[in-house]
Every structure is written in structure tokens, then in C-alpha cells.
Write a new protein. Sequence first.
Length: 66
Amino acid sequence: MRSALRRALRGVRWYVRELTDESAYDRYVAHVRGEHPQADVPTRRAFERMRTDRQEEDPRQGFRCC
């Protein structure tokens, strides 16, 4: 019974992380380490800044009012 509950909670956690795009940094780190092993991996803060800057530069990424 506990294993079923743990499995359900892991599923909910995964779903929420995917829905909120919280897992984007983890995917990026895996990509950098796999494709560019010599490259430095940016911190989460630097990654989020880079991602925000890219979204604001590209009008196709959506409208940001504030």
C-alpha cells in the first residue's frame, strides 16, 4: 500500500513539475552534460535569466505585460 502511495505521489510531483516547467533546468543540464561535456553548466539562476531574456526578445514566445 505504501509503495502505491509513493508511486502516486511521484506521479503527481512529476506532473506538477512538467506543468509549471520546473523541470526545464534539469532537462537543460542533462542536455549540456550529454552533448557538451566540457562546457560549464550555468546555475539555475543564470539559466532562468537566460531563458527569460530569450522569451522577451522573441515575440512568438508570448506577450508579457509587466
